[in-house]
Design a protein around this ligand. Sequence first.
Ligand code: CTP
Ligand code: CA
Length: 227
Amino acid sequence: GQFFAQQQLLRGKKVLVTAGGTVERIDPVRYLTNDSSGKMGFAIAEQARLMGADVTLVVAKTSAAIPTGMQIVRVESTLDMMEAVLSRLPEQDLIIKAAAPADYRPVERAEQKIKKKEEELTLTLVKNPDILQAVGERKTPKQFVIGFAAETHNLDAFAMDKLKRKKCDLLVANDVTAEGAGFGTDTNVVKIFDQHGLLEAPPMMTKAQVAERLLTLAAERLAKGEG
Ligand code: CTP
Ligand code: CA
């Protein structure tokens, strides 16, 4: 029936999901990170498993429980995550980049704890590579890529720009300042875009419901060979 078909939508597919916020070390005891909880990525990984996929979950720093029943790869920095994703990319059918990689890292990591001295301390940061963009550039026509966009303003324009620049098949944008959306919550308010523009703008849903809708869309398009 419907339930069984739904469960089997990703049977035999290899799905790689990234989740959490990456950590950029300043010295052995200090680091830069962000507020990502990992919950959206975990909901997607869990739903992919329920739909029969062979799931690899690449996880950075998280404040939520990591799901089981899948291959877990722990990483720390954006560079680590990039290596973990690109080395596993060729065998994947579906790649979902729900992580919040730190955009910048300290230009150098002190070997020893930095001692306090002057009144001012300047930290120089250097831009990290964009993992999703690297995936978009390397992906074969059969692979399907879903990106995310966390925005506070101009959501539609920034989302479409990210989708095109990073060559995503679908992009899920959320206004992180909206009620019931964004970091740490169990619900989300999303807009889903494809190459043609806005595809769906469903009302507030749980992250599990967002995951189910998104993976159903991806599975339908994968089955049609629209990677
Ligand atoms: N992303 C990535 N590698 C990075 C930064 C972001 O793969 N170094 C991915 C995220 O996982 C997400 C998408 O790119 O799927 C958009 O992330 P977001 O932070 O919204 O966009 P940025 O391109 O980093 O732009 P900005 O933060 O300036 O809005
Ligand atoms: Ca960013």
